[in-house]
Write a new protein. Structure first.
Ligand code: NI
Length: 164
């Protein structure tokens, strides 16, 4: 297991446009493994290659903790509907903000074997797909946030108070 350092907002690498992957090389394979390890270690549901300083169009997503998707060179086929809710990013630790995203997303991409694939998802998966694809074009969710960023700790306290 190899962890990579997650780049934090303000690092210029997070604002660059990533390049398409042309083939699966040993280095790309290693990068994908490291991205999965790094995402799980950080308890994230998604990670994009620029977040570990690599300007390649690769993202990993796992919204259930046991069903990882390795997504290379993704292209949007369809986005529809709308969902509004809190969103966070491993590059903006401890913060969260309200973002409106499509409630459905369908993409084409290549998997870790460079096979053509289609993925469609709703709710959290759709949100993760859109969030991570934005990273590949140098965009962070803070550009879309409605209102102020809040501390995740405050959100958790609010949720606990509501439960009581
Ligand atoms: Ni992010």
């Amino acid at each position: 297991m190899a962890l990579r350092q997650i780049r934090i907002e303000g690092d210029p690498v997070l604002n660059k446009v990533c390049k398409e992957v042309k083939e699966i090389t040993p280095r790309v394979k290693e990068l994908i493994e490291d991205m999965l390890d790094t995402m799980y270690e950080a308890n994230g549901v998604g990670l994009a290659a620029p977040q570990v300083g690599i300007l390649k169009r690769i993202i990993v997503i796992d919204v259930t903790g046991e069903d990882p998707y390795v997504i290379i060179n993704p292209k949007v086929i369809e986005k529809s509907g709308e969902q509004t809710g809190y969103e966070g990013c491993l590059s903006i630790p401890g913060k969260s903000g309200i973002v409106t995203r499509p409630n459905f997303a369908k993409i084409s991409y290549k998997d870790e074997n460079f096979e053509d694939r289609i993925l469609e998802g709703t709710e959290l998966l759709a949100r993760a797909i859109c969030h991570e694809m934005d990273h590949l074009d140098g965009h962070l969710y803070t550009e879309l946030v409605e209102g102020d960023l809040v501390n995740m700790e405050d959100l958790q306290e609010e949720a606990e108070e509501e439960e009581q």
